[in-house]
Design a protein around this ligand. Structure first.
Ligand code: AMP
Length: 273
């Protein structure tokens, strides 16, 4: 595995390459969720590039940028074991320059849900993803469905900017008890870890209701809120796959999304129906 830290060096190596390239962008502290993206990329491409970059522009003031979990050595070992070809490990000033051009998230879809609780977050996400995709120029890039709004906006950006990359969504990996894997789960105390299970439990109950043909969005949301109580909830929403609000679940075209705070930790989860 080659470890490369500058965009120019990576571009040079990749320009000499004729193979199909699968790209997995991450912020490190790798877990089984990231590994499932890497595995899919390995299956579908001749060469796999993983990036580890904790992108400062997607964190708002007062968020956890400074304490975001860092496991550089373990991450390198995981990438080696997953047979990653190139690990791209840039520093902030390799990626950002002075007086930056930036990508703005769309006015509606970028500022609802997580975009409402974290205004400007998706500007930072889209800007860094645009930069990384331009550096790597992959055939396919892999993103988790767990960050459903992020995935939706990246897909939109790639389409609207006529970019030549296929965005591949990957299913959410969970712990045995249902908790969606996240690098931020390490912030949870034992007690909070138990409380956090209410999030996946509420999504499971929503699936149960839908399987009994209860499709009314308000009834499902009420039941979910009951289960999530007393967590601090940012949103519980049921949308179609284009992120438009629904009155009734459309099976095969819906996403149910939850963001809740457990202690000081913001956790996201969703289910695609
Ligand atoms: P992050 O390092 O949190 O920025 O995540 C990097 C990529 O891994 C993103 O595309 C995430 O959506 C994806 N990801 C994070 N957690 C999971 C999970 N539990 N299952 C599948 N993909 C995930």
């Amino acid at each position: 595995m080659k470890i490369i830290s500058t965009p120019l060096e990576l571009k040079k190596v990749l320009q000499e390459n004729q193979k199909s390239v699968g790209f997995v962008p991450t912020m490190g502290a790798l877990h089984e969720g990231h590994i499932s993206l890497i595995r899919k990329a390995k299956e579908e491409n001749e060469l796999v590039v993983v990036s580890i970059f904790v992108n400062p522009t997607q964190f708002l003031k007062g968020e956890d940028l400074d304490k975001y979990p860092k496991k550089d050595e373990a991450d390198k070992v995981i990438c080696e074991l997953c047979d990653v070809d190139i690990l791209f490990f840039p520093k902030a000033d390799d990626i950002y320059m002075e007086d930056e051009v930036s990508i703005l998230a769309p006015n509606v879809r970028g500022f609802v849900l997580e975009g409402a609780s974290r205004p400007s977050h998706f500007n930072g996400v889209l800007t860094v993803v645009m930069k990384l995709l331009n550096i790597v120029n992959p055939t396919k890039a892999y993103f988790g469905k767990k960050d459903a709004q992020q995935l939706n906006l990246i897909t939109l950006m790639v389409k609207q900017f006529f970019m030549d990359v296929e965005i591949v969504p990957v299913d959410t990996v969970r712990e045995k008890d249902g908790l969606a894997l996240s690098s931020r789960n390490v912030y949870l105390s034992d007690k909070e870890r138990v409380e956090a299970l209410k999030i996946s439990a509420s999504l499971k109950e929503a699936t149960n209701m839908i399987s009994k043909n209860i499709l009314d969005v308000d009834s499902i949301k009420d039941k979910m809120l009951e289960i999530l109580n007393p967590l601090e909830i940012s949103y519980v929403e049921i949308l179609n796959r284009d992120f438009e609000y629904l009155k009734c679940v459309e099976v095969g075209n819906s996403v149910i999304l939850v963001e809740a705070k457990v202690g000081d930790t913001r956790l996201l989860d969703n289910i695609w129906l």
